[in-house]
Ligand binder design. Sequence first.
Ligand code: FES
Length: 121
Amino acid sequence: MASPSSGNPARPPAGVRLCALGDIADPGGKSFRFRAESKLFAGFVLRRGDAVAGWVDSCPHAGWPLAPLDDRYLTRSGEHILCAGHGALFNLDGVCVTGPCLGERLAPWPVALRDGDVFTA
Ligand code: FES
């Protein structure tokens, strides 16, 4: 199945610096938006210590961004990714474990940590 961002010209190429690791709460997440003409790419990066993981910011249920108002991508315990749309919970591997998209996955957005900064990969 194609990811929601396949062929999206707004999706940044590999090697684009997103932020410093310290700009992301630990544990926590941060949203990123890129535009190319009328197209938008939305992604978010989760941090846990020195580990980062990126996801396309589009819930498999309705395609909405998971945390449209702030960067609260994680539940209070930090154990799950939360979609504010209808309360779906995803494990940290991006699989929906509770909610209307049970068993579906978030699309990965590869990122990498280099010298304390987060880059697209
Ligand atoms: S849009 Fe995410 S649970 Fe409905």
